[in-house]
Ligand binder design. Structure first.
Ligand SMILES: *Cc1c(COP(=O)(O)O)cnc(C)c1O
Length: 301
């Protein structure tokens, strides 16, 4: 049995008005641990369980670590999450509350990750990366298979937030399995975390020098090679916006839909709230509400 839930598809009257055509929301914020991550990471963790692994190791202090911890608890596997000192206290607590062993190591993610790699070198351990793994993409693809059954009309465009591109790869895999090769994908990133946009502009996969956006879940300095490869074989349109926009969009979404989502998710929602002129009314739009745990009300106020 899959670890993720079948999430609702919801028609949004408010966003349909701001966008100018039907807007459908895939409510991944309703997943266990509040983000889509459990689809792909849950799938990878089950794969490890089937291989006889006894322990899962993650180096994500964000939603990937949360999903790995949840998956391990349900599957009966030990979970170790190694995070750097920069991981906020409230996220350390949330990960521990889910039942993981938390190790705080080093003053930057790379150093914590090295420790995670060392632990995961033991044969009984499975390393759980945040986005760059085919099993993760396969799990994320279930989102589109579900949406295709649930939606009363074929989408005219699909909107997704892009960090390292694991969600994007899964969505595109699912779209192609569905025969949706002609539907444009809108890849949303904030300024300061736009590693896919930089790669598309450069014509090759590039690494950003640093991440300067508040949308931490989009903060991969480099996207998976697979994500960049998709941008060459599918109509992928890059859309960017600033931190102030995503914060105000999160506040509006909280009022309109009574749900608190991360700035990362606000990046995708902003396409429907503040559509670029050339896309207005080009619906029906399917927006992946990716959700996220790494947010408190005070962060968007
Ligand atoms: C991980 C995550 C993203 C980005 O997903 P990638 O697979 O890294 O592109 C976006 N939003 C939320 C809430 C996330 O947890």
């Amino acid at each position: 049995m899959a670890l993720h839930r079948l999430t609702p598809i919801e028609h949004s009257p408010v966003l349909s008005q701001t966008f100018g055509a039907n807007v459908w929301l895939k409510r991944e914020d309703w997943q266990p641990t509040s983000s889509f991550k459990i689809r792909g990471i849950g799938h990878l963790c089950q794969h490890y369980r089937d291989q006889g692994k006894k322990q899962l190791v993650s180096s994500s202090g964000g939603n990937a670590g949360m999903a790995a911890t949840y998956a391990g608890r349900v599957l009966g596997l030990k979970v170790t999450v190694v995070v750097p000192e920069t991981t906020p206290e409230f996220m350390r607590q949330r990960i521990k509350q889910q039942g993981a062993e938390l190790i705080v190591h080093g003053d930057a993610w790379d150093i914590a990750h090295e420790r995670a790699l060392n632990i995961a070198a033991k044969p009984e351990c499975g390393l759980v990366p945040p986005f760059d793994h085919p099993e993760i993409w396969r799990g994320n693809a279930t989102l589109i298979a579900e949406a295709a059954e649930q939606m009363p009309e074929k989408p005219g465009a699909i909107v997704v937030a892009v960090g390292g591109g694991g969600l994007m790869c899964g969505i595109l895999e699912g779209m192609h399995a569905q025969g949706w090769r002609d539907i444009p994908l809108i890849a949303c990133e904030t300024h300061g975390a736009a590693s896919l946009a930089a790669s598309i502009a450069a014509g090759k996969c590039v690494t950003l020098p640093s991440i300067t956006s508040i949308a931490k879940s989009l903060g991969a300095k480099r996207v998976a090679d697979e994500a960049f490869a998709w941008s060459k074989k599918h109509p992928v349109f890059s859309h960017q916006m600033g931190d102030e926009t995503v914060k105000s969009v999160c506040r509006r979404f909280l009022d309109d839909h009574r749900a608190l989502v991360e700035p990362a998710c606000g990046a995708a929602l902003s396409f429907a709230y503040e559509p670029p002129l050339e896309w207005q009314k080009r619906g029906p739009l399917l927006v992946i509400v990716c959700g996220g745990s790494v947010v408190r009300l005070s962060d968007i106020q």
